[in-house]
Ligand binder design. Sequence first.
Ligand SMILES: [Zn+2]
Length: 228
Amino acid sequence: MPMLKHLGALLFSTDCVHCAASLLENERFVCLLCSAQIHLLPQQKTEGEMDALFYGKVEVQRAIALFAFVKGGVSQSLIHHLKYKNKAELGFYFGQQLAAALHLLDLDIDAVVPVPMSWGKRRKRGYNQSEKIARGIAQYLQLPLLPNYLRRVKQKESQTRYNKYSRWQNIQVAFELNSKVRQHYKHVLLVDDVITTGATMEHCAAAIVAQGSTKVSMAALAFAPALR
Ligand SMILES: [Zn+2]
């Protein structure tokens, strides 16, 4: 149907976000050649390395990422377009792929929570990229999406005035559970676009775990330990 095809072209990018080649009908965001260069992470690998980020800091059931972040690589183009090139739908699409990996793990998750973005950044970007990924996951797994479960707490002092250690301390007060959320969840999945130091995820998880019996797992599109 030419009408639908035309609509598809409008909804999805027609050029590869990495090499700019024209995409074929069944390709989304990246061409097949670039897609083959994405370093998908096997669960066991991310589990070990990502667990190490949180070990002794906060209890995390499972932490997974879909692919490795490679500087200058296809993965960087994907994240860049998701964050800065208004490609919100890219988050939803790869969120669904992440959900397929999560589905295999059978984690018994009952809600999906995106890492909240600062109000100013959100206003500038027009959307929270983590929420787009979370939306893809929630739809695929048929779970509630809770964009307001966590909220950022206003930071009293500029972070730039702190040294490395106290900056960490300062971030600790940056998230809290939204007091308007009354429903109890047993196991929530925290979602972000990239995990680098794990600090943001850690502090979100700590805010949830501190409130009681809710367990936390984590999922991100990309894992970038080398950028630390
Ligand atoms: Zn390409």
